[in-house]
Design a protein around this ligand. Sequence first.
Ligand SMILES: C[S@@+](CC[C@H](N)C(=O)[O-])C[C@H]1O[C@@H](n2cnc3c(N)ncnc32)[C@H](O)[C@@H]1O
Length: 104
Amino acid sequence: MDLGSGGGIDVLLSARRVGPSGFAYGVDMTDDMLTLARANAAKAGAVDVEFRKGEIEALPLPDAAVDVVISNCVINLSTDKPAVLAGMHAAIIRAAKPATTARG
Ligand SMILES: C[S@@+](CC[C@H](N)C(=O)[O-])C[C@H]1O[C@@H](n2cnc3c(N)ncnc32)[C@H](O)[C@@H]1O
């Protein structure tokens, strides 16, 4: 799951990584970006992806739904990081070691 999936490129790359037995979700709060991401997925012929509307502070996915959460700088923009982290923790199926990068 990509938090703040924008035009969907990271989701499409993730879908390629997980292969046909996997699935990749994108979450974004803007209709324009969701429309763009869905168009990009259609262009790429990707069927194992889904883009959901929502805020990363209140994820539109059930608990224990994903193995991995990625985000390209969007968490940094949130004014409620504890809510984002709690949602990420709830969304991950198995206990995972958090890993972050500091870029840009
Ligand atoms: C830098 S882009 C993400 C790029 C994306 N990973 C990609 O592959 O193109 C940031 C996106 O985060 C979304 N965003 C920012 N704050 C958000 C929030 N609180 N909840 C959901 N989406 C958010 C914006 O709408 C924007 O589309």
